[in-house]
Each structure stands twice: as C-alpha cells, then as structure tokens.
Write a protein that binds this ligand. Sequence first.
Ligand SMILES: [Zn+2]
Length: 420
Amino acid sequence: MSKRLLYVLLDGIGDLPHPDLNYLTPLEAAYTPNLDAIARKGRMGMVYTVGKKIAPESDIAVFSMLGYRFDDNEYVGRGIIEAIGADMDVRDGDLALRGNFATIDSEGNVIDRRVGRNLSDGEASELVKAIIDDVKLTDATFELVHTKGHRVALRIRTETHLSSEITNTDPAYERHKGMGVAKSSDIKLRLAECKALSDDAAALTAARLVNEFTSKSIAVLSKHRINTRRKSMGMLEANCILLRDAGNRLPDVRTLLDIYGLRFACIVDMPVEQGIAKVTGMHAFKAGNMNDYELKATTALKALEHYDCVYVHLKGPDEFGHDGDARGKKVSVEDIDRRFFHIIKDAMDEGICIVVTGDHSTPCIKRAHTPDPVPLLIAQNQNRENDGLNRFTEHNARKGSIGYIMGYDVLNTAISMMNG
Ligand SMILES: [Zn+2]
C-alpha cells in the first residue's frame, strides 16, 4: 500500500494567550496526551492560511489549505459554494448568497448574528417556508434552503445575468477581492444596506433585489408565530436574514486528484464543506454529528483503506473562539484529544502520515477570525528527524523546523515529507 495521509483541520484552533487560562492559549492549557504523542514524532511550523493580513472565512481558508490559490477576484464567493453544498440548482448568472438567521432590534442593530445559536432545524425550516410562501420579488425568483442551525443559502434568478459585485448586508464580514474577510469584532454591528460596487446594471439590480428580499423577509419573520413564541419564552427572535459573500458563477477549478495525483476523501459536516468537496472532487463521508469524534476517527481510518488522503474538518473549537470562551475552547481541544486523536494516533504505525493544523485563528480575546498564523504539525513514524518538541502548541510551532509557510503549501510540504 502506498503512503497515505490523514489531514485534520481543527476549525479556528489558533489562539492567543488568555487571562482565564493564566495567559496560555487553549492548546497550551489543554491536557492532550494523544496529540502530544503525535507531536513527539512530528515537525512543526506556522501557517498563514490565506495571506499574512487576511482574517479569512472558513471557505476560502479551506480551499487555500487544500492547495488552491486564487488571484484577485478569481474566487467565486462562498454563496455559490454553499448553494452547491446544499444541492441547489445554480447556473452562471444566478446570484447566490450565504445567509444567517439573526436577531435585530427595531433600529437595525444586530443583537445576535446567530439567534443565540439555539434556533432548531424545525423552527428554521418553518421560517424558510413562510418566506418562500409570502415573499415575492419584482421581476425575479428565488430559492431559499435551510442547511443547518441558523444557516441558509439563497439563490436569486432574473431573466438577465446578475452581478456579484455587491456588498454584504451581514455587517461582520466584508468582501475583499471576491473573498469574505472578517471585520474587527470591536465595532457595533448594524444590518447593512446592500450596495452595488459598480454602476453596472447587473450589480445595481442585484443590490436592489438583495435589499428587497431583506426587507420583505423581515416583514414576514417579525410577525411569525415562531418568533412570537420564542419571545414569550424569553428567547431571541429570528427576525432577519443577514446575507453575505455573493457569487454569480460556477467555479472552474482542478480536482485534487489532478493536482496531487492522490485520491481524496473527506469527512465534513457543514454545507459549505460539502460544496468544497463537490467542487474539488473529494468523496464526502458523513460521520454523525459535529461532535461524534469517535465515529469520525473510525470512519477516517476506514476511508484510508481506499483513499490516499482523507481530510477531516472538526468544527468544535471555533464556536468557543467566537463566544470568547477560552475555558470552553480548552475543554473542546481535550475532548477532541481524548475521543478523536486517541483513536487516530496508532495509525502512524500503519505508515500513515498525520497532519494537524487549523483553517484560521479565532482567538477568544478577539471573538472573531483574525490573521494570526495557525500551528502546523506533520508527523509520521519514519520521520528521520523530528523537532524534539513534546506538545502541539502555538509556542512550540513557532520554534518548529518547518518555519512559516502559506496555507496553499501545506499539502505539498506534507507529501514531500511523506515521500522523503
Ligand atoms: Zn468561525
């Protein structure tokens, strides 16, 4: 059997020292005997996942960490990837956006971008159905699909091509050369008006339709009985959909098989990752829910009997970063260590090379994605030289022999180490 690679991305793992953890990062503070065992056989480094000053969204970060590099405005936008992941009918010239059910006040201030993260799938589907039934757009049709939790994907279609050169109504992210980039978490968030970024009629129409969809859906949501009920129970209302990352064309990228000559599979949960899997030609395995770490580990090992590289995305740590919960993030790392890496670590005895890193930093003190580089670990039994470091932490990774590299170089670095 040829050499094989297990590529684990821990969402938002990178962090900064935090007062609740005696000024350690969650990785440094966590008890991780299994990751430590892998670290002892590894080499480490630091990764700028998309660019040195870019606080990326997960989609573009994952593309980059798989080796894709996009020139300015070449990236199709997360909206399209989400729509593909949700199996929606999208064509060139459609406008596709990612949406969040959110809570706003009567002035348009955003109270919570994710409705307190407790909107059930049943509630979200019913609200989506109400919008589909009651919202009509001028000279346009739309498809709205609930994907997971507070997340939706929206596609707007007219008889002419629409442009994606428009701004987000979601105030937490802005468009930067076709990519979604996190804004600093210090600013006060308000529902933004969608604006055309050019005088082009296709952009003006797109912006007009996004604003029309937004105001008409707010009208439907604000009087929906689900929100009346949530309010009476003291819960946040899902009274708005924040939209971002417009795309208007299908992606045209090489498959991972084409780039590396390796057969890729993945284990993912989120619709955007399912979209990435489809676009890059990875076979996607489902393995339970987000925190079913044992099942994800055993599914990954099984998949490695048939694929050269298995990519696993574990979403756990990121949410704690967004919530500013450093202790929670530390516990999440320990949970992944005990239930995932415990099962994975012996795979090195079968000649499997293990790569552990993140898609971006979500430092708890910043409560948002930041441009800070993420730690990288590449470990295998036959490493002639390892770094002699006992733990996988930001501190150790900065001293590692791999040095500072870019996200799109990680897989090539791992593959050449594996074959070297
Ligand atoms: Zn995040």
